[in-house]
Design a protein around this ligand. Sequence first.
Ligand SMILES: [Zn+2]
Length: 80
Amino acid sequence: MKYLLVILLVLVVFWIWRRGRPSPKKAAQPGRSQGKSSEGKEITEVVACGVCHVHLPKSEALIGRDGFYCSEAHRREAGA
Ligand SMILES: [Zn+2]
C-alpha cells in the first residue's frame, strides 16, 4: 500500500509537469508553403537587359552571349 501511494504521487507530479509544458501539436504545425510553391511555378522569371537594365520576362528576353537583352538592337550593341 505504501508503494502504491508513491507511484500515485509520481503519476500526479508527471501529469502536472506535462500540463505545464506547451502543447506540441501547436508547435509542430506543417507550413502551408506547399500551395505557394505550386503557384510559384506560374510566376514568370524576370531578367534584366544587359545594356539598358530594363526588366522583362525571361520568355520575352533575347538571349545573348553574356546574358539577356530587351531587343535585337541591344543584343548587337553588347556585341553578343
Ligand atoms: Zn535593353
